[in-house]
Design a protein. Structure first.
Length: 89
């Protein structure tokens, strides 16, 4: 009986933690896909995707197209780096 209770608690804990991790994974997939498209024509593709994903996670959006259109996402547009220049590609 004790083993059954321990097994049940373990399965319950696994299900509970997986439900918390799923939305974070889904958000990451969304940002990754959107940023790969946004940075597809960038010269430094890896750097572009890295910063785009950081901005996407914070702002929950990525402007359409490969360049410009930042008016579609004001948060993305307004993020600045430590030098006061635009952070998001």
């Amino acid at each position: 009986m004790k083993r059954l209770l321990v097994a049940f608690m373990l399965v319950f804990a696994l299900l509970l933690t997986s439900s918390f991790l799923e939305p974070a994974t889904a958000k990451s997939v969304y940002c990754t896909q959107k940023c790969k498209g946004r940075c597809s024509k960038a010269g430094l593709n890896d750097r572009c995707v890295k910063y785009c994903e950081l901005c996407c996670e914070k702002c929950k959006c990525v402007p359409s197209g490969t360049y410009g259109n930042k008016h579609q996402c004001p948060c993305y547009r307004d993020l600045k780096n430590s030098k006061g220049k635009p952070k998001c590609p």
